[in-house]
Design a protein around this ligand. Structure first.
Ligand code: CA
Length: 250
């Protein structure tokens, strides 16, 4: 597979970013390569899940177009392993069946969108462009996270509900920001312990519950944190409509 991947390597420097296509059907991979290149993307193609994990690590693509039906390691497992190693590269899933859509949505793997086969190449390119626009917008500085009346400023560490400033401890702030950076993604208590506290082994899951309760008490109705019973916590997706102000920070 690595030989094929090398043969597919784009010679031209991509202007809109590199897209990794993970697709085991060569005819579909060819169509995707042609259309994505025509749309200005650099394209790399691999045909199985193990190669995909290696290529994402080595090439740092801007996004991954990930077929679910792959030999051995399927697309969902690839995404799960990617997220487990802390890699949030945007993923556009390609599914062949409705039950696969249910699995993607149910798992909340941070999949940014999906298209269902058969899809038009134009639709796929449009979806991918949308995914990249959204994720780039999220990462662009100055870093301000919003959910309704709640604003979290990642550079000054100021938290406000409407105009009222809320005092959070450093851990409370990190927990809230961690959840809000990935709205809609469910984190288990174990993930939060290792990703926010940085030590999975010594603190108990109860520590997370206590801090979530403290954040909720301080934010009141503005708290975006949702409990998923027996799973963990997630931040509500911030409302998009009318929440588009890009005022410069004072
Ligand atoms: Ca396939």
């Amino acid at each position: 597979m690595s030989t094929a991947a090398e043969a597919n390597r784009d010679a031209v420097a991509p202007s809109r970013g590199l897209v990794l296509v993970v697709e085991d059907e060569p005819a579909i991979a060819d169509v995707l390569r042609l259309n994505l290149r025509a749309a200005g993307y650099g394209v790399e193609v691999v045909g199985d899940g193990v190669s995909a994990l290696g290529a994402i690590r080595d090439l740092r693509p801007s996004a991954v177009v990930l077929d679910i039906g792959l030999p051995e390691l399927d697309g969902i497992e690839v995404c799960r392993r990617l997220r487990a190693r802390g890699d949030w590269t945007p993923v556009l899933f390609v599914t062949a069946r409705d039950d696969e859509v249910d699995r993607i949505v149910g798992l909340e793997l941070g999949a940014d969108d999906y298209v269902t086969k058969p899809f038009s190449p134009r639709e796929l390119v449009a979806r991918l462009t949308g995914v990249l626009r959204r994720t780039r917008g999220d990462l662009a500085g100055p870093q301000m996270l919003r959910s309704g009346e709640l604003t979290v400023d990642l550079s000054s560490h100021e938290v406000r509900v409407a105009d009222r400033e809320i005092g959070l401890t450093a851990t409370e702030f990190d927990l809230l920001a961690h959840l809000m950076r990935r709205p809609g993604v469910v984190f288990t208590r174990e993930q939060l312990l290792s990703e926010v506290w940085g030590y999975a082994a010594t603190a108990g899951a109860r520590t997370v519950d206590v801090h979530v309760a403290q954040v909720r008490a301080k934010l009141g109705a503005a708290s975006p944190i949702r409990t998923l019973r027996s799973v963990g916590y997630a931040a509500e997706r911030a409302p998009r409509a009318g929440d588009d102000d890009r005022r410069p920070r004072a």
